[in-house]
Write a protein that binds this ligand. Structure first.
Ligand code: FES
Length: 145
């Protein structure tokens, strides 16, 4: 079918891997403990920290927005007008949001998202990045769809 099976065993801590699912880019990011901890430190700057504004999988309506905290899985399409945000890591995102070392920046109109795909305030994107349906078959395998 249209579901995509991905072997995640080779993804390094901090790395983002792109796959295509139903003609859309899907990102799988292996988040480090530092990235996970940082998610709790800037929630006052987010539009919707608990993803209450839209229909999302129930497991995504929280700080981590993932089934397993370590693995962030998102549709890599800006919720403003559909551009592809850039992954800025290892401090590069600090130029976009002070004090936040990792995140996603959309070059089209400047929307900013954190490492759970949560949108920051004062940008044109209205909603958090979309979490697609997925399931883990085992520790090393996830099926998107
Ligand atoms: Fe991303 Fe406009 S499409 S900010």
């Amino acid at each position: 079918g249209a579901d995509v099976e991905v072997d995640i065993s080779g993804i390094e801590p901090g790395q983002l891997v792109r796959v295509m699912w139903r003609s859309k880019p899907v990102w799988i990011v292996r988040r480090t403990p530092e990235i996970l901890e940082e998610l709790g430190t800037h929630e006052d700057k987010l539009k919707d920290p608990n993803s209450e504004a839209e229909q999302q999988p129930t497991f995504a309506q929280n700080r981590f927005r993932s089934m397993k905290e370590e693995y962030l899985i998102l549709v890599g399409i800006c919720t403003h007008l559909g551009c592809s945000p850039q992954h800025l890591k290892d401090g590069a995102f600090e130029e976009v949001v002070e004090g936040v070392p990792d995140g996603f920046f959309c070059p089209c109109h400047g929307s900013k998202f954190d490492m759970a795909g949560r949108v920051f305030q004062n940008v044109p994107a209205p909603l958090n990045l979309v979490v697609p349906p997925y399931q883990f078959v085992d520790d090393n395998t996830v099926i998107i769809g």
